[in-house]
Design a protein around this ligand. Structure first.
Ligand code: FES
Length: 559
């Protein structure tokens, strides 16, 4: 066998070659483990604090079977994990920390390849960012989505339906007992959220990028095929070493364009825009918001899964998953991109046709996400068109401004809140530096008094993100954010705001001179942190349109 990366550790001359073999043999390995066999790391984001990934130790066991069967030696190691439901202020604050942990754990250790186990929202982009920077052969194994919940004869999609039912509970249409029943059934099994939220979107995009075996993303977590997929991925990891198929050879600009196309076809999470820009930035590939808008305009949304559609990930799996989608849109893709099984994406999806044309069918003629520009968002903002109300996509209304999320939460249920169905809710100080951490606060709840009038949607604008499971006419990621002096900082209650999604426009209806005068009086809020990781984050995080990676982790050409 040709010289491997791990040989630098185990075949090193002198004392340390012996010592490394000896110390690892304390785990019970025989001597021939170190005779040049490929060493495959299994980077595991398992944690009891991340319910979505809590089954990944079982998945790792299956990966190990595959690595051993292919003649490799598997060594499992932990990375920090990011549990969407528990971490405060937000997992997004720690995506870059996990990416650094993954990168340096790979680089510092005697690994010839690595299997990346992920599931919950940020764990997939963090694994891909770290592996991209380390750039040794790598393959992603997602944990898969949960099974659907059942409530009063209705199938529940975690996230999306929980939010809808919460509005019923807030307005007294669900009892405490019923709400408690929802709590017991909405997250029913292991696995990540079972709608096309950020987790399902990012694992699907890992597949579209070519970083998983075909069909990996949508297999439900409790399905036996999840383990078979993991075993096959372990075998594939050993093959990757012989082929020297590194992330930089797979995740090319063309592969990212495929991923953006699939994102639009999926009606996937807006968070994927930030994550794809960040992953690409690790490889010297500069993606812009305009790349997303250009591709959205020529790609139909064809996946009828919540929150853009009606079905759940389990149905999407039975319909054929990502390969069936890529087969349907093959003419829009770069079919010659190589993937982790050594075949091209075109070869991988050539024979997988949709098994259910209710699930894979046109939901909207254009992609799910539109990019907006204008004097309110000079560096861009985004809106998930497929989760918005068609009647609000062209709208002019008066702003009602919340200075912070705390203020919004304190006031949103007030009976005397001075808003009507045409108002535009504006919330600031919710971006990467302002919140801090760029949390998923953008889905501002509907004011209770409007819900009671039967109004279920209105235009809402912020510099926050939104959960991939959310819905509504919600403008997000306004850049630059208000905390660094973006124009969102100077909107006043009563100002008129113009949203025109067809024209990709987001405007504050004031003169350029008035805007200039207001901006000149801007005073930045005090920083949230003076020390520690929080300080590192504030000093180096980039804005939403640049992927919110740390500036010193991006390759120079992508800054
Ligand atoms: Fe983990 Fe939804 S909370 S994917």
């Amino acid at each position: 066998m040709k010289n491997k990366r791990s040989s630098q550790w185990f075949q090193a001359p002198g004392y340390y070659g012996m010592a490394r073999r000896a110390w690892l043999r304390s785990e019970g390995f025989p001597a021939d483990v170190f005779d040049g066999k490929p060493i495959v790391g299994i980077c595991n984001s398992w944690s009891e604090l991340t319910n979505c990934n809590v089954h990944l130790r079982d998945v790792a066991t299956a990966v190990k079977r595959g690595v051993l069967a292919a003649g490799g030696i598997p060594l499992e190691f932990p990375t920090i994990s990011l549990g969407e439901m528990l971490m405060l202020p937000t997992t997004m604050m720690f995506r870059n920390l996990m990416a650094m942990d993954v990168e340096e754990s790979i680089r510092a250790n005697p690994l010839d390849a690595v299997v990346l186990l992920c599931g919950c929202d940020k764990t997939t982009p963090a694994q891909l960012m770290g592996a991209a920077s380390a750039d040794i052969p790598a393959i992603v194994v997602p944990g898969g989505p949960m099974l659907a919940g059942q409530f009063q004869g209705q199938r529940l999609g975690s996230g999306t339906d929980g939010r809808k039912l919460f509005d019923l509970y807030r307005t007294g249409k669900l009892t405490d007992e019923e709400w408690s029943e929802v709590e017991g059934c909405i997250a029913r099994t292991s696995g990540h959220c079972t709608v096309m939220g950020t987790a399902s979107t990012m694992t699907s995009l890992a597949e579209a990028l070519g970083m998983t075996l075909p069909g990996s993303a949508s297999i439900p977590a409790p399905d036996s095929r999840r383990m078979a997929n993991a075993e096959l991925s372990g075998r594939a990891a050993v093959d990757l070493i012989e082929k020297n198929l590194t992330p930089s050879r797979i995740m090319t600009r063309a592969a990212f364009e495929n991923a953006i196309t699939v994102l639009m076809a999926l009606g996937g999470s807006t968070n994927a825009v930030v994550h794809l820009i960040a992953i690409a930035g690790r490889l010297g590939i500069r993606l812009t918001l305009d790349d997303f808008d250009r591709i959205a305009r020529k790609t139909s949304c064809i996946v009828n899964v919540k929150p853009s559609g009606e079905y759940l990930m389990e149905d999407f799996f039975h319909a054929g998953g990502v390969p069936a989608v890529m087969n349907r849109i093959a003419t829009l893709l770069h079919g010659d991109c190589v993937t982790v099984n050594g075949k091209t994406i075109g070869e991988n999806v050539a024979k997988t046709v949709s098994q259910d044309d209710n699930v894979i069918r046109q939901v909207s003629p254009e992609g799910g996400i539109a990019v907006l520009h204008g004097n309110l968002a000079p560096d861009g903002a985004i809106i998930k068109v497929t989760a918005a109300s068609p009647g609000l996509l062209q709208h002019r209304g008066r702003a009602y401004v919340f200075e912070t999320r705390d203020q919004m939460m304190a006031e949103i249920d007030r009976d005397d809140l001075a808003v009507d169905r045409d108002s535009v809710l504006v919330m600031r100080n919710c971006g990467p530096k302002g919140a801090p951490g760029f949390p998923e606060w953008g889905h501002i709840p509907m004011p209770k008094k409007l819900l009671q009038q039967g109004v279920t949607d209105m235009v809402r604008i912020s510099d926050a993100r939104m959960s991939g499971t959310s819905f509504g006419t919600v403008v997000l990621h306004v850049a630059p954010e208000s905390a660094v002096g973006g124009p969102l900082a100077v909107v006043r209650t009563g100002d008129e705001i113009v949203l025109d999604v067809a024209a990709r426009k987001l405007e504050l209806a004031i003169s350029a001179q008035e805007m200039q005068e207001r901006l000149s009086r801007f005073v930045a809020p005090p920083p949230h942190y003076q020390r520690g990781y929080g300080r590192l984050f504030l000093d180096h995080v980039t804005q939403a349109d640049q992927g919110c990676d740390f500036d010193f982790l991006m390759l120079e050409s992508t800054k």
